[in-house]
Design a protein around this ligand. Structure first.
Ligand code: ADP
Ligand code: MG
Length: 261
């Protein structure tokens, strides 16, 4: 990988709980190339979401470096940080928690277009329709409230909001974990399609290796905040070398998806 889109090195974050120190993330390094999907997998509590929050600068690391689009991301602030944030978007597990449930779909999609100055007020309704169509939703949904639509539709709205600012990287933290199996497959297909057409990279976090195998090019397996193994997603899942890797494979009953990412 000559020039990675995202490169994190020596990332560390600790917490204190009940007088005990927890190394949530401990000396983690990885890189993602343009248009690539890197999965972070690992059991609950292994540090996946903390890494997502560090990469998004929702929390500051104790140590380590994050380079994004060639810049020292941790050194950016003010207008430069806001501009770069448009290029780094996120989709979480529960869009009901991420959005105001009473907001309309149009409102949720209008915000990034307005805040990042992407489209004029007059132009925004048309852009919202285009975004809805881009994620396979009917423009009629624009006037519906977030709480009125299905979980799968909501996750499509979350993806539409993420792509509204033309990001180069989207961090997805258990983004399909709460969905029914068939809806999950549809959302994975949408993500693959967007990646092919728009060359968006994904940092795709999941505890489910079946999902990882369906979408990721490479995988990093975490255990207690540390990387235990990493490599080509299929190679690692077909023949895990670490004890945690083998446990995760054993816990995934149906590793039957063969769709090439
Ligand atoms: N804000 C926090 N305060 C205290 N401990 C935390 C906090 N966030 C995460 N942790 C701890 O850090 C570890 C990693 O958590 P997390 O990154 O959420 O793991 P995962 O997403 O893999 O389940 C866990 O032991 C968790 O309890
Ligand atoms: Mg998590």
């Amino acid at each position: 990988m000559s020039s990675p889109l995202l490169a994190v090195s020596g990332l560390a974050k600790g917490y204190h709980r009940g007088g005990k120190a927890i190394a949530a993330v401990d000396n983690v390094s990885f890189a993602i190339g343009p248009g690539e999907t890197l999965a972070l997998a690992g059991p609950s509590g292994s540090g996946k979401s903390t890494i997502a929050r560090l990469v998004l600068r929702l929390v500051e690391p104790d140590a380590g470096r994050i380079a994004f689009e060639g810049d020292d991301f941790l050194a950016l602030n003010g207008a430069a940080l806001r501009a770069r944030r448009a290029r780094l978007q996120m989709v979480f597990q529960d869009p009901l928690a991420a959005f105001n449930p009473r907001a309309t779909v149009a409102r949720v999609l209008n915000d990034p277009l307005r805040i990042h100055g992407i489209a004029s007020r007059a132009e925004r309704p048309r852009r919202i329709v285009a975004l809805l169509e881009r994620v396979g939703l009917s423009p009629n949904l624009a006037s519906r409230a977030i709480h009125e639509i299905s979980g799968g539709q909501r996750q499509r709205v979350a993806i539409a909001r993420a792509i509204a600012t033309k990001p180069s990287l989207i961090v997805l933290d258990e983004a399909v974990s709460a969905l029914d199996v068939s809806v999950r497959g549809d959302i994975l297909k949408l993500l693959l399609d967007l990646q092919t057409k728009e060359r968006i990279a994904y940092l795709f976090i999941s505890h489910d290796l079946g999902v990882v195998r369906a979408i990721a090019h490479r995988v990093v397996i975490l255990d207690a905040g540390r990387i235990t193994e990493s490599g080509d997603a299929r190679a690692v899942i077909n023949a895990p070398q670490s004890a945690i890797g083998r446990e995760l494979v054993a816990a995934t009953p149906k590793l039957h998806r063969t769709t090439a990412p």
